[in-house]
Design a protein around this ligand. Structure first.
Ligand code: SAH
Ligand code: SF4
Ligand code: F3S
Length: 441
């Protein structure tokens, strides 16, 4: 189908949204739409949004205010809100923001062509139903980049952690059929991709609806299907981390030695209130099991500071746990109350200033730990997947280790290109980056 209309999409939030944007691009390109890289000349602007914390939503409100100048120049411009915020606050946005003409939640992207056509005719529309079955299994995402591919293996989440909007924004957990995932991986191999990240909110509870394959089986099948490729995954929930999965990672060198294992807190009282379903002791056992089976593994985490009722003692237990585990990296956040969640009903009792103080202590400590962990890398050898030139110096290139550490190296006379695997010896490091030089092994 031909269509002269141009679409511009911006993506916010987690990798699930990055992957969904590729599905949206696929659906709309079948309808003939062209995609462009800046909003000024667009007929349609879509924002694929996130609701995880209040500031994620504030960012979108600001962006909409900002896009108003383009809407004033082009009154036929269609503006659509996709993603988690569409489900969570789409109705309100449609009612209160004149610019917004379309609201489509994560399970309703097949309706986008119709919603956009209607909107060009002046009819605003909203589709935010959640589905128990939608996995977009038959839609091949339109990927824009040729080295690393995201592959969504499951959608939604059934865990209902007390603070989290994801189960409300994305609905019940459902897994894609493993045979269809494996044929997608085979196609990605043919297209020259060198790394695939299997995606889901809780990948280790993946279960193939046809064969019953578990996540570790899928992971091993993926590694076998992806020729010349690395396989990664995010995110795993500590309560579902099985010894089989750790063994599969230890056995198979194509599966990257990186585990993102969000702990959230080091206090058993807080973990219980969060409904995380594991204790600090269990978490520590798990990290020991990972390190004894896979000595080189990097373990990263997520931490929330200032959950309702969190005491100074609880906070200190989080710092102690961080000291004990020595995470290689962490995403750290201030607790943000989210409407509809269980925690929203209890008082947000830690004062803002105290939350900021605790978060700061957590960030400081992690920065020291990351610095130390990266100092220990000096002299080590790593195989790097080359990604792109460094922004600071075009003669230097950026890649990542198997353990997911960003690494910079000189690309003398342009000998290497994106997608190459290169062996580096680490010569220097900061808390965020490794630096290395190419060695022959
Ligand atoms: N499914 C993943 C996490 C997805 S959300 C998991 O369970 O591990 C990413 C991170 O955002 C969470 O791990 C948590 O640390 C943080 N987060 C989620 N809701 C939050 C809230 N209301 N306030 C602050 N941080 C939050
Ligand atoms: Fe949210 Fe918990 Fe599900 Fe992660 S596991 S997406 S934190 S409800
Ligand atoms: Fe945000 Fe939705 Fe991801 S709330 S973090 S975009 S699942």
């Amino acid at each position: 189908m031909t269509n002269s209309k141009k679409i511009y999409i911006e993506t916010y939030g987690c990798q699930m949204n990055v992957s969904d944007t590729e599905i949206v691009r696929s659906i709309l390109s079948k309808d003939g739409y062209q995609f462009i890289n800046s909003p000024e000349a667009a007929d349609v602007i879509l924002l694929n949004t996130c609701s995880i914390r209040e500031n994620a939503e504030t960012t979108i409100h600001k962006r909409l205010a900002n896009l108003n100048t383009i809407k004033k120049e082009n009154e036929n411009l269609v503006v659509g809100i996709l993603g988690c915020m569409a489900k969570q606050s789409g109705r309100k946005l449609l009612q209160t923001n004149d610019m917004v003409g379309i609201v489509a939640g994560p399970d309703e992207y097949r309706k986008l062509p119709e919603l956009i056509t209607n909107c060009f005719e002046g009819i605003k529309g909203m589709a935010v139903n959640l589905s128990r079955i939608e996995t977009y299994d038959d839609i091949t995402p339109l990927r824009t980049e040729g080295v690393s591919a995201w592959l969504t293996i499951m959608r939604g989440c059934d865990n209902f952690c007390s603070y989290c909007v994801v189960p409300f924004a994305r609905g019940r957990e459902r897994s894609r059929v493993s045979s269809s995932l494996i044929s997608e991986i085979e196609k990605l191999t043919e297209q020259g991709f060198r790394e695939i990240t299997l995606l889901g909110q809780n990948v280790n509870s993946y279960k193939c609806p046809e064969s019953g394959d578990s996540f570790s089986t899928l992971l091993e099948k993926s590694a076998a299907a992806g020729q010349g490729m690395r396989i990664r995954y995010v995110t795993s929930h500590p309560k579902d981390m099985s010894p089989e999965l750790i063994e599969a990672m230890a056995r198979n060198h194509k599966i990257c030695n990186h585990i993102h294992l969000p702990v959230q807190s080091g206090s058993n009282d807080v973990l219980k209130a969060m409904r995380r379903d594991y204790t600090k002791e269990r978490f520590l056992e798990l990290t020991k099991l990972i390190r004894s089976n896979i000595p080189d593994a990097s373990i990263t985490t997520d931490i929330i500071a200032g959950y309702p009722g969190e005491t100074q003692q609880d906070h200190e237990e989080t710092l102690e746990l961080m000291q004990e585990v020595q995470f290689d990296g962490a995403f750290m956040f201030k607790y943000s109350p989210r409407e509809g969640t269980k925690a929203f009903k209890v008082e947000d009792s830690v004062p803002e200033e105290e939350k900021a103080h605790r978060l700061n202590e957590i960030i400081q400590l992690q920065s020291e730990i990351s610095k130390l962990s990266n100092l220990n890398e000096i002299g080590r050898l790593h195989e790097i997947l080359v990604e792109k030139p460094s922004k600071r110096n075009r003669d230097e290139w950026v890649g990542r280790t198997d353990t997911n550490k960003t690494t910079i190296f000189p690309n003398k006379e342009g000998s290497y290109k994106a997608g190459d695997f290169v062996n580096l010896k680490i010569t220097r490091s900061t808390s965020a980056t490794l630096f290395g030089e190419v060695v022959q092994v």
